[in-house]
Write a protein that binds this ligand. Structure first.
Ligand SMILES: [Zn+2]
Length: 283
């Protein structure tokens, strides 16, 4: 990435023209390349510090189908501290992390009371998402459980707020990726929603031509890349996105709970259905 200031330097006098052009195309939902004149000479010093990050895994072993695994994931890293500024990341992604922890607790309790899931469930809290999906990539390249037996990935990233469009209807969620590898996964999510959650499921960001390209921008993509059906739950960005003002008091807890319950029901269904969901498309 480069800073806005550097981008401005590179673009030079055409800044306003390009901004207008960008806004116009954004509305149309398009992207395209533009050629710029300036030649760039880059002279930089690299200051490398190695930071170790850790994924955190929780496992609830299944019963008669325990060799098959459903992975529920969320990234627990955020931007940290920059100077004196603390980036809290309440929505991005304490909201997803809490959702996964609550689900883990519920599943573990179900198991201890003799009602555990048939397939195993791996609760995977990954690090380094903000640095390029590093933790999920590491897991997908060094899996603990055979990826061949990994039935699906359910990923939760930012589920505690609303975006502008849904300001007056918080009980919605953007669903991304569900139909790209498995129509069973897509259908299961629709059915569960009808039966239990009654959320507005919005697929706008699942459009292959969507310029935001969210399908490629959170941890589920590392599983989809390996041919594992993946579904990503996300409630969009807002003015506090990647700012120090992404704080806990702004979380809409009742919305987050309703989305969390929905994700729980879906995971339960994926873990308990007679047949594992099938791979039947490549979108
Ligand atoms: Zn995030």
């Amino acid at each position: 990435y480069i800073s806005s200031a550097m981008a401005r330097d590179i673009i030079g006098k055409k800044e306003n023209k390009i901004k207008k052009w960008r806004d116009k195309n954004r509305k149309k939902g398009k992207t395209c390349d533009i050629k710029l004149k300036p030649e760039l000479y880059i002279d930089m010093k690299k200051d490398i510090s190695v930071i170790k990050g850790y994924n955190v895994l929780g496992f609830v072993e299944g019963t008669d189908k325990k060799d098959e695994v459903v992975i529920v994931s969320a990234h627990f890293d955020h931007l940290g501290k920059r100077g004196n500024d603390i980036y809290n990341g309440a929505d991005d992604n304490a909201s997803g992390t809490c959702t996964v922890l609550e689900m883990a607790e519920a599943m573990a309790r179900a198991k201890s009371e003799g009602h555990g899931p048939r397939r195993s469930i791996l609760f995977l809290l990954v690090t380094g998402e903000e640095k390029g999906l590093l933790g999920s990539r590491y897991y997908s390249e060094n899996p603990i459980f055979d990826l061949k037996n990994t039935v699906a990935n359910v990923n939760v990233d930012m589920v505690g707020r609303t975006d502008k469009k849904y300001e007056n209807n918080p009980h919605y969620i953007y669903v991304i990726g569900s139909d790209r590898l498995s129509s069973d996964l897509h259908q299961a999510n629709e059915d569960i929603n009808q039966k239990y959650s009654q959320l507005t499921l919005d697929y706008r960001y699942n459009d292959a031509n969507d310029p935001n390209r969210y399908y490629f921008r959170s941890d589920h993509y590392n599983f989809a890349k390996k041919g594992i059906p993946a579904i990503f739950f996300f409630s969009g960005t807002h003015k506090d996105y990647h700012r120090t003002s992404d704080t806990a008091e702004k979380i809409l807890y009742d919305k987050m709970e309703r989305v969390g319950r929905h994700i729980f029901h879906l995971t339960w269904d994926l873990a308990n259905s007679e047949e594992r969901i099938k791979l039947d498309s490549r979108k």
